[in-house]
Design a protein around this ligand. Structure first.
Ligand code: KG4
Ligand code: ZN
Length: 359
């Protein structure tokens, strides 16, 4: 039996200003009492990506409102919470700072303990909130900013088994959408367009020839650019069928590479389940491929509901409940970190994308 714990969580590391209240019962199961996300899609729509300065300002303006709404929706006052958890990195530094400053203010004013949470730990621990998964399990994080395989061994214990050496898959979907004049975010529009096409365009399967579970997506995007130019040269424009075939071919390539690398990570990791998180996990072709891989390995496949796969504060509050028992609280010296690798033993990742540093 553990103690019942109620935590207010704050998230502002990319383009969602979010606050949530999560309670972990004495039986160890989590309940989301509220989950407020104030998105910034309209703010960045004209720029083809997240503009860090605009994001930071919007977070600073809206984070109080998100907290107010989360507490009201949970029917609680701050005084009924046991701690305040906040994303302290990795992410766009201005946004992370806005959340950390707000959480410090709340903690200083109320005396509630402060917990600085790693955003990636929030994603990685979500299957314990939604499905009560036991450690250890394999997590594939696939979003616009992240792509890595983690063996999740404890609330603060992660082994990184591989990850992208350049773009994240969501970034690749977004760039391919731009190349093909499809709307942003690219993932859903490429998936919709692919539904009318056939995967007949030959595209590379990057890094499949390299052992292990590292991935690369930037060459794939360049290959789509070349194939598009060839189609335009052949037809004097890009016919609808050619565009659909390109989308289907790209999506198949991403799904095949992620499935094969997942198969390898699973073979190495001796885990009880395979879980995914991140916006790209919404892709049906990818989900089906990953589910097959889990089935072949004889472990359950867990995909949290989409609203908890994408950025949110419930995952930060939950990670806070997991840390609470250790008594390892932060104080007002808590720093906002643009980079914060989960696995301290792993080699640092290369590069940094539009959505911030790769962790
Ligand atoms: O996790 P998320 O909401 O935000 C972060 O990147 O942190 O993921 C957003 C990414 C975008 O790049 C978007 O294009 C991609 O997830 N995405 C998809 C799909 N839905 C969203 N990619 C492929 N297929 C989808 N159906
Ligand atoms: Zn995220």
């Amino acid at each position: 039996m553990t103690q019942e714990v109620t935590v207010l969580g704050l998230e502002s590391s990319c383009d969602d200003t979010a606050a949530a209240v999560v309670r972990r019962g004495a039986d160890g199961r989590g309940t989301i009492l509220s989950n407020v996300v104030l998105g910034q899609d309209e703010l960045h729509a004209g720029f083809g990506g997240v503009v860090p300065e605009l994001a930071a300002r919007a977070h600073a303006e809206k984070i109080d409102l998100a907290v107010e709404r989360a507490l009201a929706a949970a029917g609680l006052h701050l005084g009924s919470c046991d701690a305040v958890a906040v994303t302290a990195g990795p992410g766009l530094i201005g946004g992370v700072l806005a959340g950390v400053m707000c959480a410090k203010g709340l903690s200083a004013a109320t005396g509630l303990p402060l917990l600085g949470v790693n955003h990636l730990a929030g994603h990685a621990l979500t299957p314990r909130l939604t499905d009560g998964l036991a450690f250890p399990y394999l997590m594939l994080l696939v979003s616009g900013g992240h792509c890595q395989f983690l063996r999740v061994e404890g609330p603060d214990d992660f082994a990184r088994l591989g990850g992208t050496i350049d773009d994240a898959p969501g970034e690749a979907f977004d760039k391919v959408a731009r190349l093909l004049a499809l709307p942003q975010p690219g993932g859903p529009s490429v998936e919709a367009c692919a539904a009318g096409g056939r995967a007949t365009v030959p595209l590379p399967r990057p890094l499949l020839d390299r052992a292990g579970s590292d991935l690369s997506f930037s060459g794939l995007k360049t290959a789509v650019l070349r194939a598009r130019d060839a189609a335009v040269a052949a037809h004097g424009g890009l016919p609808r069928e050619a565009r659909a075939d390109l989308c289907a071919s790209f999506q198949t390539a991403v799904a095949e590479v992620l499935a094969e690398k997942s198969r390898r990570a699973l073979a190495l990791s001796d885990v009880t389940a395979f879980a995914v998180a991140g916006g790209v996990a919404a892709n049906r072709t990818l989900r089906a491929a990953l589910e097959d891989v889990a089935g072949a390995a004889g472990v359950p496949f867990v995909a949290p509901p989409l609203a908890l796969c994408t950025d949110n504060a419930a995952m930060i509050a939950w990670a806070g409940t997991e840390r609470f028992d250790s008594g390892a609280f932060d104080d007002l010296s808590l720093a906002a970190r643009p980079r914060w690798p989960l696995d301290r033993a792993a080699a640092p990742m290369l590069g940094s994308g539009k959505r911030g540093a790769k962790a």
